[in-house]
Design a protein around this ligand. Structure first.
Ligand code: GLN
Length: 453
């Protein structure tokens, strides 16, 4: 009831940057025609979905929620979106996000923040839908779209899913092609589905995944039949509980929700075992070196020559145009990342920062490898807190970065990880639980999620 009232209240979620109703209607018509002919509709025949505006869509503006790409209309379609259209889905529009997917609240978008459809019980303060896939989480939670694409570099599918009471899975690195997805940190970026149920995520992930010769890091593996393999029976499964995830600053209610999650998994037949991931506390600082380093390199291409915005002051030369375009085109958070990334990659500091961060990345991956000798999947909170009011963390980038403290380790290790809605807190806000799986074991992750949802 509180949720319905909140949705009715949400005057403008600002979830979409552009809407493309004709695209969705064409898919619905195509599905109708196939049904009339008695043909198979495809796994997602006629389903209207939202597309995070980080995926290049042919003939439809693609901005990454940045001024620097405003007006950029790709001549090509990303592999993932093409696969979804091939499965019969249609596009409702391009969804708002944190600029270049950098953020945890959807407040860094050039096109304005996204509102969550949720409210704290008894208040009307606009809440964050999480980020960077905040348009996706908001649209799905508000029942505007049954599903949406997201991308996750260090939590951007899982944290917004947790904040809005929906499901979202980041598959193993390499499962979904990155071709045609605006690059943030290429060694971490992964696409994945966000939807209302584990079942819908399984169907959509099957449509999105698959080897792509156009992405050098694409996995040369067949796509398993995840939907057909769904089972909430966890008999003989061991679920690991990492002791290092009981961190200072984590909400009591999140810890309670975690306890509840363990109960549900025991009820489903699983054995709960204690595990240790000793390098967890170094993961976030390492992420905030590796991700900006890669971003500073990836974002060098936005120079006013090839894409979107060009700022050419009177009588200016080439260097002036670069500077003016980038000064006007990038938002503050993007500039902060470029500066950090350039600094940690500079000759004098490379070994002190970047090399160290890469070593930590290896240690974090080894922690998981050892832990998976003792368990089949890991259960942890998705976030240390529930959603927060928009504007409340804006002045404080470090607290904002802490949102992803539980999400980032699986990203550094390239592991499949999912957030599923678990409980609500005293304010009536949803809390998510995270399941991290072995490499390529999306099935184990989905099945554990199914036992919780
Ligand atoms: N919030 C994290 C960041 O700002 C993760 C973003 C993401 O996964 N795209 O970098």
């Amino acid at each position: 009831e509180a949720f319905n009232a909140a949705v009715a209240d949400a005057a403008d979620l600002n979830a979409f940057i552009v809407t493309t109703p004709d695209h969705a209607l064409a898919a619905a018509d195509a599905a109708d025609a196939k049904r009339a002919r008695g043909e198979d509709l495809g796994a997602m025949g006629g389903v209207p979905i939202g597309m995070k505006d980080l995926f290049a869509t042919k003939g439809v503006q693609t901005t990454a929620a940045s001024h620097i790409l405003e007006g950029f209309t790709p001549e090509y379609e990303s592999t993932v979106s093409q696969k979804l259209w091939d499965a019969g889905a249609g596009m409702l529009g391009k969804l708002n996000l944190d600029q270049f997917a950098m953020g945890s609240s959807n407040e860094t978008s050039y096109f304005g923040n996204v509102n969550s459809p949720w409210r704290k019980e008894g208040t009307n303060a606009a809440m964050s839908p999480g980020g960077s896939s905040g348009g996706s989480s908001s649209a799905v939670a508000a029942r505007i779209a049954p599903a949406a694409t997201g991308t996750d570099t260090g939590g951007s599918i899982r944290q917004p899913a947790a904040f809005t009471g929906i499901c979202g899975i980041k598959p193993t690195y390499g499962r979904c092609s990155r071709w045609g997805v605006v690059a943030f940190a290429s060694s971490l970026d992964q696409a994945g589905p966000m939807a209302r149920s584990v079942e819908d995520c399984a169907i959509m992930l099957e449509a999105m995944a698959g080897f792509d010769p156009k992405d050098a890091t694409s996995l040369k593996l067949d796509v398993p039949q995840w939907e057909a393999g769904l089972s909430a029976d966890l008999k003989d499964k061991k679920i690991g509980i990492p002791k290092e995830y009981r961190m200072d600053g984590t909400d009591e209610e999140i810890l309670k929700s975690w306890e509840q999650g363990k109960e549900w998994l025991r009820d489903a037949g699983a054995e709960i075992v204690d595990i240790s991931l000793p390098h967890t506390k170094y993961a976030l600082p390492a992420y905030y070196i590796v991700a900006p380093a890669e971003a500073s390199s990836n974002l060098a291409r936005y120079d006013g020559v090839r894409y979107g915005l060009r700022d050419l002051p009177d009588g200016a030369g080439l260097q002036d145009m670069y500077a003016a375009t980038r000064a006007a085109g990038f938002g503050d958070e993007v500039k902060r990342r470029i500066l950090i990334g350039t600094y940690v990659l500079s000759a004098g500091f490379y070994d002190a920062y970047y090399t160290q961060a890469q070593k930590i990345r290896t240690l974090v991956a080894q922690d998981f490898e050892k832990a998976f000798g003792l368990c089949d999947a890991i259960l942890a909170p998705t976030t240390p807190t529930a959603s927060f009011p928009l504007g409340s963390l804006n002045e404080d980038p470090l607290t904002m970065y802490l949102n992803d403290v539980f999400a980032v380790p699986a990203s550094l290790a390239g592991l499949p990880a999912m957030s599923v809605p678990a409980t609500v807190n005293a304010d009536g806000l949803p809390l998510g639980l995270q399941i991290v799986g072995k490499p390529f074991d999306e099935q184990g992750v989905l099945n554990t999620g199914l036992a919780i949802q």
